[in-house]
Design a protein around this ligand. Structure first.
Ligand code: ZN
Length: 483
C-alpha cells in the first residue's frame, strides 16, 4: 500500500519501506491476527471458508514521494514469485491503496494488477480493497473482478471492507458469481469533498451504493474521491461498479453517480484558518478547559507531507502560548541529539524544517529540556487500526517553555492518542493539542476536543491547483480549465 505524493522530494525506496509496517511470510499472521485490520479480517475469513493462504508480503510505508523502480519490482516480484512457487491459486484478495506512482509507472497498481492477471489467467477471481483516496484507472478495473473502497474517512472500516471482499471472493471461487467491474470518471482533479463521509456528496453516494448492493442490483459500488497531490494523467475521483456478468446496468449506475460527483465538485466542508488566527484561539484557552485541537492540514504526513514544518510551532512560541502538546516534528537528527543529551538535560536543538524550508517553515533553534525518550513503539488503541503495533522510531518529548514538542524519527500523522500517551503526554490535560493531519485525527481527537480548527501553514499538502504544478494531467480538466 502506498499513497504517492508526486510533489514530495522524498523517494520511497526499500529502506523506507522496511522501516515501518513491513512483514514477510509468517510474520504477517503474527502482526495482524486478532486485530481490526484488513489482514485481521482476512485471516478470520480464511478460517471460516477453509482457505489455505499464501501471504508473501505486507508493506505499508507512510505516504511519501514516488516509489523507486527497484522497490516496485521487489515487492510485486515477491507476490508474483509466490504464485509460481506455491500455486495453483484459486483466488486473490489484495489490500492496496490505489494511489501509488512508481518511477516507471504512473498507475503502479494498474501495472501490478495487469501482471497479476496475466499470471493467474482470465478466470481466477481477484478482489482488491482500496483506500477511498485511490486514483482508480481503467487498467485497474479491467484487471480485477472487484474493487472495494473504504466508506469512512477517517478510515475505520478496513476490517469490514476486507470481510466484504473475502465473502465476495469466496462466492466467486465457488462459481456462484462472476464479478466484473466497470469504471466511470469525469475531467476533475478533485471532488466529493476530498472524500469526507460525514455529510455531503460522498455520504450521499455511499448511501445510494449500499442500497443498490442490498437490492442485488450491484455486487459492489465503490466511490473513490481520488488523491489530488498526484501529478499524473489519471488523477481524480471515480466510481466503480461490480456486477455479476453483464456490465450494462453497472455502467449506467457508475455514470449516474459520476454525474452527481461532477455537479457537486465545488462542495467543500474544509475551512482553513491562518496561523495567527489559530494562535489567538490557542491563547484563549483557560486552565481546566478541554483542549483546542489544531490540525496542520498542509503538513499532513498522511498525504505525503514532510511532517517537519515548523511555521505553526514558531507561531505558538512567538505568541507565548502555554499548555500545548505538539505532535510532531519528524526529525531523526534532533532525536539523536536529544538521546545523546539524555532525559532531564537542558539543551539547544535545531529542530525541523530541514527537508524543504520553503514548505511550511525552516529549522528553528530552540532551547529546552529533554523530558522523555522512547523507541516510538506502542500498541495503538484508537478507532483506526486499534490493536496493531505502531513504530515511529526513536522519539522524544522536548519541552520549550509551556510547549511539549513530540519529535519522531518515522513520519506519521496523528491518528491515535497513543502517539501522545506512549511518551507520557496525556493530551486531555493540555489546553491546546496540535497535530498534523487533514481528517484522520478526528476519529481519536474530536472526542477529547473542545473545538477543532484546521490551520494552513503553507506546507507541501496545500490545496494549490495550477497548470505549472499539474503538468501531466489529462486536459481539459477542472479546476485548471473551464469546462
Ligand atoms: Zn485515504
Amino acid at each position: 500500500m502506498h499513497e504517492t505524493n508526486t510533489f514530495s522530494r522524498i523517494l520511497t525506496d526499500m529502506t523506507m519501506i522496511r522501516r515501518r509496517d513491513y512483514h514477510l511470510e509468517n510474520e504477517i499472521p503474527q502482526a495482524f491476527r486478532g486485530t481490526r485490520s484488513a489482514f485481521g479480517a482476512t485471516f478470520e475469513a480464511a478460517d471460516k471458508f477453509g482457505w489455505t493462504l499464501v501471504h508473501p508480503v505486507s508493506a505499508n510505508p507512510n505516504p511519501s514521494g514516488i516509489v523507486t523502480s527497484a522497490a516496485f519490482e521487489t515487492i510485486s516480484g515477491m507476490i508474483l514469485t509466490a504464485i509460481n512457487a506455491k500455486g495453483p491459486i484459486d483466488g486473490a484478495l489484495l489490500h492496496l491503496h490505489g494511489a501509488m506512482v512508481s518511477e516507471g509507472y504512473e498507475d503502479a497498481e494498474g501495472e501490478f494488477l495487469a501482471r497479476l492477471r496475466q499470471q493467474l489467467g482470465p478466470e481466477v477471481p481477484v478482489v482488491v480493497t482500496l483506500d477511498l483516496h485511490a486514483n482508480v484507472t481503467q487498467r485497474m478495473a479491467e484487471n480485477v473482478s472487484a474493487l472495494i473502497a473504504y466508506r469512512t474517512y477517517p478510515h475505520i472500516d478496513y476490517y469490514e471492507r476486507a470481510w466484504q471482499g473475502a465473502e465476495l471472493l469466496d462466492r466467486a471461487m465457488r462459481g456462484e458469481v462472476r464479478p466484473r467491474t466497470v469504471i466511470a470518471r469525469r475531467p476533475m482533479i478533485y471532488g466529493l469533498d476530498h472524500g469526507r463521509t460525514q455529510r455531503g456528496p460522498m455520504a450521499e453516494l455511499i448511501a445510494r451504493g449500499e442500497v443498490l448492493e442490498r437490492s442485488g442490483e450491484a455486487l459492489v459500488v465503490s466511490i473513490c474521491a481520488g488523491f489530488s497531490r498526484a501529478n499524473i494523467r489519471d488523477v481524480g475521483p471515480s466510481v466503480t461498479v461490480t456486477a455479476d456478468g453483464t456490465a450494462e446496468r453497472a455502467r449506467t449506475i457508475a455514470e449516474e453517480f459520476m454525474d452527481y460527483a461532477w455537479r457537486t465538485r465545488d462542495f467543500t466542508t474544509v475551512k482553513l484558518v491562518p496561523i495567527d488566527e489559530a494562535v489567538a484561539l490557542a491563547r484563549g484557552g483557560q486552565s481546566g478547559d478541554k483542549p483546542l485541537v489544531v490540525a496542520d492540514y498542509t503538513d499532513n504526513p498522511g498525504g505525503g507531507g514532510y511532517g517537519d514544518a515548523t511555521a505553526f510551532l514558531k507561531g505558538l512560541i512567538d505568541g507565548g502560548v502555554e499548555g500545548v502538546a505538539f505532535h510532531a516534528i519528524c526529525d531523526a537528527e534532533a532525536v539523536e541529539e536529544g538521546m545523546r543529551a539524555g532525559v532531564g538535560t537542558k539543551t539547544t536543538l535545531t529542530l525541523g524544517g530541514k527537508t524543504d524550508p520553503s514548505m511550511g517553515g525552516g529549522p528553528l533553534s530552540l532551547s529546552g529540556e529533554v523530558v522523555c525518550l522512547t523507541n516510538g513503539r506502542f500498541i495503538a488503541y484508537g478507532p483506526m487500526g486499534g490493536g496493531v503495533e505502531r513504530d515511529y522510531g526513536p522519539s522524544m518529548v522536548f519541552r520549550v517553555g509551556g510547549i511539549d514538542i513530540i519529535v519522531i524519527t518515522n513520519n506519521g500523522q496523528a491518528v491515535d492518542l497513543g502517539q501522545f500517551t506512549s511518551l507520557g503526554v496525556d493530551p486531555t490535560r493540555y489546553r491546546t493539542v496540535a497535530v498534523k493531519s487533514m481528517q484522520h485525527f478526528r476519529a481519536a481527537f474530536e472526542p477529547i476536543a473542545r473545538e477543532v480548527v484546521l490551520v494552513d501553514t503553507g506546507a507541501l499538502c496545500s490545496e494549490i491547483y495550477t497548470p505549472e504544478l499539474f503538468t501531466k494531467v489529462r486536459r481539459p480538466i477542472w479546476p485548471l480549465d473551464r469546462i
